[in-house]
Design a protein around this ligand. Structure first.
Ligand SMILES: [Zn+2]
Ligand SMILES: [Zn+2]
Ligand SMILES: [Zn+2]
Ligand SMILES: [Zn+2]
Length: 374
Protein backbone atom coordinates (compact mmCIF):
# COMPACT_ATOMS: atom_id res chain seq x y z
CA UNK A 1 0.00 0.00 0.00
CA UNK A 2 1.38 3.39 -0.80
CA UNK A 3 1.57 5.94 1.93
CA UNK A 4 0.19 9.41 1.07
CA UNK A 5 2.79 11.16 3.24
CA UNK A 6 5.94 9.03 3.30
CA UNK A 7 8.11 11.90 4.57
CA UNK A 8 7.96 14.47 7.28
CA UNK A 9 9.97 17.59 7.97
CA UNK A 10 10.96 18.57 11.50
CA UNK A 11 12.74 21.57 12.98
CA UNK A 12 15.13 21.64 15.93
CA UNK A 13 12.41 22.41 18.51
CA UNK A 14 9.94 20.06 16.76
CA UNK A 15 7.08 22.59 16.93
CA UNK A 16 7.00 22.70 13.16
CA UNK A 17 6.55 19.07 12.13
CA UNK A 18 4.93 18.82 8.71
CA UNK A 19 3.84 15.69 6.82
CA UNK A 20 4.93 15.70 3.17
CA UNK A 21 2.70 13.97 0.61
CA UNK A 22 4.97 12.95 -2.26
CA UNK A 23 6.17 9.93 -4.19
CA UNK A 24 9.48 8.21 -3.55
CA UNK A 25 12.31 8.03 -4.43
CA UNK A 26 13.38 11.66 -4.30
CA UNK A 27 16.67 13.44 -4.84
CA UNK A 28 18.46 16.26 -3.12
CA UNK A 29 20.70 18.78 -4.77
CA UNK A 30 23.55 20.49 -3.04
CA UNK A 31 23.82 24.21 -3.67
CA UNK A 32 26.97 26.15 -2.81
CA UNK A 33 25.58 29.60 -3.70
CA UNK A 34 25.93 32.58 -1.38
CA UNK A 35 22.21 32.87 -0.80
CA UNK A 36 21.95 29.25 0.32
CA UNK A 37 25.08 29.41 2.45
CA UNK A 38 23.99 32.53 4.27
CA UNK A 39 20.38 31.31 4.59
CA UNK A 40 21.35 28.11 6.40
CA UNK A 41 24.71 29.07 7.89
CA UNK A 42 26.17 25.98 6.22
CA UNK A 43 28.87 25.63 3.56
CA UNK A 44 26.21 24.39 1.15
CA UNK A 45 22.49 23.80 1.33
CA UNK A 46 20.78 20.48 0.65
CA UNK A 47 17.38 20.94 -0.91
CA UNK A 48 14.84 18.38 -2.04
CA UNK A 49 12.45 19.62 -4.69
CA UNK A 50 8.73 19.09 -4.12
CA UNK A 51 5.87 19.46 -6.59
CA UNK A 52 4.19 21.77 -4.19
CA UNK A 53 4.53 22.93 -0.60
CA UNK A 54 2.78 20.62 1.88
CA UNK A 55 0.71 23.55 3.18
CA UNK A 56 -1.27 26.38 1.71
CA UNK A 57 0.86 29.32 0.65
CA UNK A 58 -1.94 31.72 1.52
CA UNK A 59 -2.27 30.34 5.06
CA UNK A 60 1.01 28.67 6.07
CA UNK A 61 1.29 27.06 9.54
CA UNK A 62 1.33 29.71 12.24
CA UNK A 63 4.56 28.28 13.65
CA UNK A 64 6.46 29.66 10.64
CA UNK A 65 7.99 33.03 10.06
CA UNK A 66 8.47 33.99 6.41
CA UNK A 67 11.30 35.83 4.71
CA UNK A 68 10.99 37.32 1.25
CA UNK A 69 13.95 39.34 -0.01
CA UNK A 70 11.80 41.32 -2.48
CA UNK A 71 8.17 41.38 -3.55
CA UNK A 72 8.92 39.26 -6.63
CA UNK A 73 11.16 36.71 -5.01
CA UNK A 74 10.39 33.34 -3.48
CA UNK A 75 9.74 32.82 0.20
CA UNK A 76 11.70 31.11 2.94
CA UNK A 77 9.72 29.44 5.72
CA UNK A 78 11.52 29.05 9.04
CA UNK A 79 10.37 28.05 12.53
CA UNK A 80 9.59 31.13 14.60
CA UNK A 81 10.56 29.33 17.83
CA UNK A 82 13.92 27.80 16.94
CA UNK A 83 14.81 29.42 13.60
CA UNK A 84 15.22 26.29 11.47
CA UNK A 85 14.91 27.12 7.78
CA UNK A 86 12.59 24.38 6.49
CA UNK A 87 10.82 25.18 3.23
CA UNK A 88 11.25 27.59 0.34
CA UNK A 89 9.58 28.65 -2.84
CA UNK A 90 11.60 30.12 -5.69
CA UNK A 91 11.17 31.26 -9.26
CA UNK A 92 13.04 30.10 -12.34
CA UNK A 93 12.80 30.69 -16.07
CA UNK A 94 12.18 27.86 -18.49
CA UNK A 95 11.49 28.30 -22.21
CA UNK A 96 10.90 31.99 -21.71
CA UNK A 97 8.35 31.77 -18.93
CA UNK A 98 8.51 32.08 -15.20
CA UNK A 99 7.81 29.02 -13.06
CA UNK A 100 7.54 28.57 -9.34
CA UNK A 101 9.50 25.78 -7.64
CA UNK A 102 9.32 24.45 -4.11
CA UNK A 103 11.74 22.67 -1.85
CA UNK A 104 12.28 21.35 1.63
CA UNK A 105 15.60 21.46 3.50
CA UNK A 106 16.85 17.88 3.18
CA UNK A 107 18.35 17.88 6.69
CA UNK A 108 14.86 18.34 8.16
CA UNK A 109 13.43 15.38 6.27
CA UNK A 110 12.86 11.91 7.68
CA UNK A 111 10.57 8.99 6.89
CA UNK A 112 7.13 9.53 8.40
CA UNK A 113 6.03 7.29 11.27
CA UNK A 114 3.27 5.73 9.20
CA UNK A 115 5.66 5.00 6.31
CA UNK A 116 8.13 3.41 8.73
CA UNK A 117 5.49 1.14 10.16
CA UNK A 118 4.55 -0.02 6.66
CA UNK A 119 8.19 -0.29 5.52
CA UNK A 120 10.16 -1.22 8.62
CA UNK A 121 13.41 -2.06 6.82
CA UNK A 122 13.57 1.00 4.56
CA UNK A 123 16.06 3.70 5.46
CA UNK A 124 15.92 7.31 4.31
CA UNK A 125 19.10 6.77 2.28
CA UNK A 126 17.28 4.04 0.28
CA UNK A 127 14.77 6.55 -1.06
CA UNK A 128 16.69 9.83 -1.09
CA UNK A 129 20.02 10.55 -2.77
CA UNK A 130 22.06 13.53 -3.91
CA UNK A 131 21.86 13.99 -7.68
CA UNK A 132 23.91 17.11 -8.33
CA UNK A 133 25.90 19.99 -6.89
CA UNK A 134 25.57 23.53 -8.23
CA UNK A 135 26.82 27.12 -8.10
CA UNK A 136 30.22 26.20 -6.71
CA UNK A 137 31.57 29.31 -8.44
CA UNK A 138 30.01 31.49 -5.72
CA UNK A 139 32.50 30.08 -3.23
CA UNK A 140 35.41 31.48 -5.31
CA UNK A 141 37.84 28.97 -3.74
CA UNK A 142 35.79 25.82 -4.33
CA UNK A 143 34.41 25.87 -0.79
CA UNK A 144 33.43 22.43 0.43
CA UNK A 145 33.32 20.92 -3.05
CA UNK A 146 36.58 18.93 -2.83
CA UNK A 147 35.11 16.80 -0.04
CA UNK A 148 31.34 17.20 -0.36
CA UNK A 149 31.00 15.48 -3.73
CA UNK A 150 30.77 11.73 -4.05
CA UNK A 151 33.60 10.92 -6.42
CA UNK A 152 32.59 7.27 -6.54
CA UNK A 153 29.38 8.07 -8.39
CA UNK A 154 29.55 9.20 -11.99
CA UNK A 155 26.49 11.44 -11.73
CA UNK A 156 27.85 13.26 -8.75
CA UNK A 157 31.23 13.97 -10.24
CA UNK A 158 29.60 15.98 -13.00
CA UNK A 159 28.44 18.79 -10.74
CA UNK A 160 26.03 20.05 -13.30
CA UNK A 161 23.28 22.56 -13.04
CA UNK A 162 20.99 24.43 -15.36
CA UNK A 163 23.59 27.12 -15.72
CA UNK A 164 27.15 27.32 -16.85
CA UNK A 165 29.32 25.69 -14.26
CA UNK A 166 33.06 25.25 -14.36
CA UNK A 167 34.20 21.71 -13.58
CA UNK A 168 34.53 20.86 -9.92
CA UNK A 169 38.04 21.66 -8.71
CA UNK A 170 40.24 18.80 -7.58
CA UNK A 171 41.47 18.78 -4.03
CA UNK A 172 44.78 20.36 -5.06
CA UNK A 173 43.15 22.92 -7.34
CA UNK A 174 40.74 23.97 -4.63
CA UNK A 175 43.57 24.33 -2.20
CA UNK A 176 45.46 26.46 -4.71
CA UNK A 177 42.36 28.60 -5.23
CA UNK A 178 42.03 28.85 -1.47
CA UNK A 179 45.55 30.19 -1.18
CA UNK A 180 44.99 32.69 -4.00
CA UNK A 181 41.73 34.07 -2.73
CA UNK A 182 42.53 34.45 0.90
CA UNK A 183 41.58 37.04 3.36
CA UNK A 184 44.29 39.72 3.08
CA UNK A 185 47.42 38.59 4.92
CA UNK A 186 47.91 40.30 8.21
CA UNK A 187 44.20 40.90 8.70
CA UNK A 188 43.10 40.55 12.24
CA UNK A 189 39.35 40.48 11.68
CA UNK A 190 37.02 38.25 9.78
CA UNK A 191 33.39 39.22 9.23
CA UNK A 192 30.42 37.05 8.49
CA UNK A 193 26.76 37.74 8.04
CA UNK A 194 23.35 36.25 7.41
CA UNK A 195 21.49 36.40 4.13
CA UNK A 196 19.54 39.57 4.94
CA UNK A 197 22.68 41.09 6.50
CA UNK A 198 20.92 42.16 9.66
CA UNK A 199 23.13 39.88 11.78
CA UNK A 200 26.85 40.36 11.41
CA UNK A 201 29.45 38.33 13.30
CA UNK A 202 33.04 39.52 13.66
CA UNK A 203 35.90 37.38 14.91
CA UNK A 204 39.26 38.88 15.74
CA UNK A 205 42.76 37.71 16.54
CA UNK A 206 45.54 39.57 18.29
CA UNK A 207 48.24 37.63 16.53
CA UNK A 208 47.95 37.24 12.76
CA UNK A 209 49.37 33.73 12.88
CA UNK A 210 46.60 32.56 15.18
CA UNK A 211 44.04 30.27 13.60
CA UNK A 212 40.76 29.12 15.07
CA UNK A 213 39.80 25.48 15.05
CA UNK A 214 36.99 24.64 12.68
CA UNK A 215 35.36 21.24 12.39
CA UNK A 216 32.38 19.44 10.92
CA UNK A 217 29.48 18.06 12.92
CA UNK A 218 26.73 15.84 11.58
CA UNK A 219 24.77 15.29 14.80
CA UNK A 220 20.98 15.32 14.74
CA UNK A 221 20.80 18.70 16.49
CA UNK A 222 23.13 20.44 14.05
CA UNK A 223 21.27 18.90 11.12
CA UNK A 224 17.85 19.93 12.44
CA UNK A 225 19.16 23.38 13.39
CA UNK A 226 20.35 24.13 9.87
CA UNK A 227 18.35 21.84 7.58
CA UNK A 228 21.65 20.53 6.19
CA UNK A 229 23.38 17.23 6.95
CA UNK A 230 26.90 18.60 7.41
CA UNK A 231 27.63 21.70 9.50
CA UNK A 232 30.92 23.57 10.07
CA UNK A 233 31.67 25.50 13.27
CA UNK A 234 34.49 27.67 14.42
CA UNK A 235 35.51 27.41 18.07
CA UNK A 236 36.24 30.84 19.43
CA UNK A 237 37.03 32.48 22.72
CA UNK A 238 34.04 34.71 23.42
CA UNK A 239 36.47 37.63 23.94
CA UNK A 240 37.33 37.46 20.23
CA UNK A 241 33.80 37.20 18.86
CA UNK A 242 31.42 40.11 18.42
CA UNK A 243 28.14 41.10 16.86
CA UNK A 244 28.09 44.18 14.70
CA UNK A 245 24.74 45.90 14.57
CA UNK A 246 23.56 48.93 12.66
CA UNK A 247 21.70 51.82 14.21
CA UNK A 248 18.80 53.48 12.42
CA UNK A 249 21.16 56.02 10.85
CA UNK A 250 23.43 53.28 9.56
CA UNK A 251 26.13 53.64 12.21
CA UNK A 252 27.86 50.34 13.01
CA UNK A 253 28.10 49.31 16.62
CA UNK A 254 30.31 46.48 17.82
CA UNK A 255 28.69 44.58 20.67
CA UNK A 256 30.17 42.02 23.00
CA UNK A 257 29.04 38.44 22.58
CA UNK A 258 26.76 37.76 25.59
CA UNK A 259 28.01 35.24 28.15
CA UNK A 260 24.42 34.29 28.83
CA UNK A 261 21.37 34.96 26.68
CA UNK A 262 19.17 36.31 29.43
CA UNK A 263 16.34 38.77 28.86
CA UNK A 264 18.69 41.72 28.86
CA UNK A 265 20.92 40.16 26.20
CA UNK A 266 17.90 39.17 24.12
CA UNK A 267 16.66 42.73 24.24
CA UNK A 268 20.00 43.98 22.93
CA UNK A 269 19.71 41.64 19.95
CA UNK A 270 15.97 41.90 19.47
CA UNK A 271 16.19 40.67 15.91
CA UNK A 272 17.61 37.27 16.81
CA UNK A 273 15.74 34.08 17.54
CA UNK A 274 17.35 32.63 20.67
CA UNK A 275 16.38 29.04 21.40
CA UNK A 276 17.61 26.99 24.35
CA UNK A 277 17.58 23.36 23.27
CA UNK A 278 18.76 22.32 26.74
CA UNK A 279 17.48 24.98 29.13
CA UNK A 280 20.28 26.80 30.90
CA UNK A 281 22.92 24.82 28.99
CA UNK A 282 22.72 24.93 25.20
CA UNK A 283 21.52 27.87 23.14
CA UNK A 284 21.13 28.37 19.39
CA UNK A 285 20.88 31.72 17.64
CA UNK A 286 19.33 32.51 14.29
CA UNK A 287 18.51 35.69 12.41
CA UNK A 288 14.92 36.57 13.16
CA UNK A 289 14.47 38.21 9.77
CA UNK A 290 15.87 35.66 7.32
CA UNK A 291 16.16 32.54 9.52
CA UNK A 292 19.89 32.01 9.00
CA UNK A 293 21.49 29.88 11.68
CA UNK A 294 24.21 32.02 13.25
CA UNK A 295 25.67 30.31 16.32
CA UNK A 296 25.67 27.57 18.89
CA UNK A 297 26.73 28.17 22.50
CA UNK A 298 27.24 25.83 25.44
CA UNK A 299 27.24 27.66 28.76
CA UNK A 300 30.26 26.84 30.88
CA UNK A 301 32.30 25.41 27.96
CA UNK A 302 35.80 26.81 27.83
CA UNK A 303 38.44 27.03 25.16
CA UNK A 304 41.94 25.81 26.03
CA UNK A 305 42.94 29.03 27.79
CA UNK A 306 40.03 28.99 30.22
CA UNK A 307 37.97 31.55 28.32
CA UNK A 308 34.30 31.07 27.38
CA UNK A 309 33.78 29.18 24.15
CA UNK A 310 31.36 30.36 21.46
CA UNK A 311 30.69 28.67 18.14
CA UNK A 312 29.69 30.81 15.17
CA UNK A 313 28.69 28.97 12.01
CA UNK A 314 31.71 29.01 9.73
CA UNK A 315 29.82 29.42 6.48
CA UNK A 316 28.86 32.99 7.32
CA UNK A 317 32.46 34.19 6.93
CA UNK A 318 33.50 35.65 3.63
CA UNK A 319 29.90 35.89 2.62
CA UNK A 320 30.48 38.99 0.52
CA UNK A 321 32.16 36.94 -2.22
CA UNK A 322 35.17 39.18 -2.65
CA UNK A 323 37.23 36.34 -1.20
CA UNK A 324 36.94 32.60 -0.85
CA UNK A 325 34.95 31.10 1.96
CA UNK A 326 37.37 28.59 3.49
CA UNK A 327 39.81 31.18 4.95
CA UNK A 328 42.75 28.82 5.22
CA UNK A 329 44.86 31.51 6.89
CA UNK A 330 42.31 32.25 9.59
CA UNK A 331 40.64 28.88 10.19
CA UNK A 332 42.33 25.67 11.20
CA UNK A 333 40.23 22.93 9.55
CA UNK A 334 40.51 19.91 11.79
CA UNK A 335 39.13 16.44 12.35
CA UNK A 336 38.42 14.56 15.55
CA UNK A 337 40.37 11.36 16.14
CA UNK A 338 37.70 9.26 14.52
CA UNK A 339 36.76 11.72 11.79
CA UNK A 340 33.92 14.20 11.69
CA UNK A 341 31.82 14.66 14.81
CA UNK A 342 28.79 12.45 15.46
CA UNK A 343 28.85 10.35 12.29
CA UNK A 344 26.96 7.72 14.30
CA UNK A 345 23.92 10.01 14.44
CA UNK A 346 23.65 9.98 10.66
CA UNK A 347 24.14 6.21 10.70
CA UNK A 348 21.36 5.75 13.26
CA UNK A 349 19.05 8.04 11.31
CA UNK A 350 19.51 5.84 8.24
CA UNK A 351 20.92 8.76 6.27
CA UNK A 352 24.70 8.30 6.34
CA UNK A 353 24.62 7.22 2.69
CA UNK A 354 23.04 10.47 1.53
CA UNK A 355 26.18 12.45 2.28
CA UNK A 356 27.86 11.87 5.64
CA UNK A 357 29.71 8.64 4.89
CA UNK A 358 31.38 10.13 1.87
CA UNK A 359 32.13 13.46 3.53
CA UNK A 360 33.68 11.73 6.51
CA UNK A 361 36.19 9.96 4.28
CA UNK A 362 36.84 12.82 1.87
CA UNK A 363 37.09 15.54 4.51
CA UNK A 364 39.73 13.60 6.45
CA UNK A 365 41.74 13.22 3.25
CA UNK A 366 41.35 16.91 2.48
CA UNK A 367 42.53 17.98 5.95
CA UNK A 368 45.47 15.57 5.75
CA UNK A 369 46.33 17.01 2.32
CA UNK A 370 46.27 20.54 3.71
CA UNK A 371 48.60 19.59 6.56
CA UNK A 372 50.93 17.57 4.34
CA UNK A 373 51.31 20.38 1.85
CA UNK A 374 51.48 23.19 4.42
ZN1 LIG B 1 11.29 24.87 15.67
ZN1 LIG C 1 21.59 28.14 -3.70
ZN1 LIG D 1 19.25 37.63 8.33
ZN1 LIG E 1 26.41 18.82 16.13
Amino acid sequence: MSNPAPLQATCLCRTSTIQIPTTLPLTAHVCHCTTCRTSHGTLFAMHTDLETLPFSESSPPSTFRIYQSSANSGKAYFCSTCGTYMFASYFYMREGSRHEGFCVSTGCVSLSDSYKSENPTTKLEDVLSVDFHCIIKDTIDGGASPWAGDWSKETQVQFHGNWEEPPMPSQEDAEELGRKHVYPTGCKELDGWCRCQSVKVRITRDDEARKYKTALCVCDSCRLATGTDVVAYTWMPRDNAFFVTKSKDGEEEVKEWPAVWDDEAKKKFGNMIIYESTPGKVVWGACGTCGARVFYQRYGKKVGDGKDLVEPLTALFGADDTQGIMHLNFLDWTVAEDGIYWAEDAENAGRAGIMTMNVNEMYQKWVKGLKDRA
